[in-house]
Write a protein that binds this ligand. Structure first.
Ligand SMILES: O=C(O)CCC(=O)C(=O)O
Length: 312
């Protein structure tokens, strides 16, 4: 009797989960085609930003390969901006290393991803004076994100990460394995290396052409709540070796990437990797798949329309 009941409950649970997934997928499609993204596409189309040479180069690479590589100083030449982020990173690294050497209380880590300590994580308040946030919310960044995605995007997540070196013999887990992000297909992330990154520092890796619309988009294709983590060996066997890119590089390396394509990283084995990261997604994502990580505490009224839209 007990076994039958348990079996029945499991089946009900299975059916409920399947229905819920269908509901979420339908909600995403509806928001992408009609409810949210249509208006935001129109807003973008009415007032397209003019990009300069560096921004155009980033955009062209993103459109061709799904990623673009520059240095931070190419996009933000003023020393003060870089120094602000460096100071922020230094304070984060000392707090994190003190926490790791102590009782680890107060370190921001998410269950299942204990290998990455976050400065902010989720549910935080951020003001306009935060150095990395100021870069992420700048028109220089937003104009790239909005033009690539083709609509007024939402600034969904902003953070600094410290990837903790893993013990010898550790296996890759979670985002250290090849995957597509579930967030959205209209997605742009940027990663700014704040230390030199080599093979032992867990470099970010990406499969070019794997984002929707690319030449490898059909391999375990992106879809809302899809099969995002295929077996590592099968993926590597199925796609050509030239499509796999490993981004080692010095401090100040700035990578833009549509992570609805296949990527992995943060499998540090020798030294900690420290980087700053940001995610831009479409309004449809926030309506159905993701949540914003922060609340902006500055005055929205003082911002121009695309920035206000991105932060609200
Ligand atoms: O830490 C990394 O390099 C991978 C990050 C990642 O998978 C992501 O941001 O979606």
């Amino acid at each position: 009797m007990h076994r039958t009941k348990t079996h029945f409950a499991a089946r009900i649970n299975h059916v409920a989960t399947a229905l819920e997934r269908r509901g979420i997928r339908a909600t995403y499609e509806l928001h992408d085609r009609v409810l949210s993204n249509r208006r935001s596409r129109r807003s973008f189309g009415h007032d397209r930003p003019e990009l300069d040479d560096v921004q155009r180069r980033i955009l062209a690479a993103l459109q061709a390969e799904g990623f673009a590589l520059v240095t931070f100083s190419e996009l933000f030449p003023d020393e003060e901006t870089w120094r602000g982020i460096e100071d922020q990173a230094q304070a984060f690294v000392s707090d994190t290393e003190a926490g790791l050497a102590g009782d680890r209380e107060g370190l921001r880590v998410r269950a299942g991803k204990e290998f990455v300590v976050r400065l902010l994580s989720y549910g935080v308040e951020i003001g306009p004076d935060d150095p990395w946030f100021r870069v992420c919310a700048s028109r220089r960044m937003l104009d790239i994100a909005n033009t690539y995605i083709g609509l007024w995007s939402k600034l969904e997540y902003v953070d600094l990460w410290y990837s903790v070196p893993q013990p010898e013999g550790a296996d890759r887990v979670a985002s250290q394995r090849w995957h597509r992000d579930f967030n959205d297909k209209h997605l742009l992330k940027a990663f700014l290396y704040l230390v030199d990154v080599d093979e032992g520092t867990g470099p970010f890796q990406y499969v070019s052409g794997s984002a929707p619309g690319g030449s490898h988009a059909d391999a375990w294709p992106w879809r809302p709540l899809g099969e995002n983590y295929p077996p590592e060996n099968e993926l590597e066997r199925q796609l050509p070796a030239e499509a796999f890119h490993t981004f080692t590089g010095p401090r100040g390396t700035f990578l833009f990437c549509n992570t609805s394509g296949f990527h992995r990283g943060g499998f540090a084995t020798a030294r900690a990797r420290v980087l700053a990261t940001v995610t831009y997604s479409s309004p449809a994502s926030l309506a159905s798949l993701t949540e914003r990580s922060y609340r902006f505490t500055g005055s929205l009224d003082e911002l121009d329309a695309p920035t206000r839209y991105a932060l609200s």
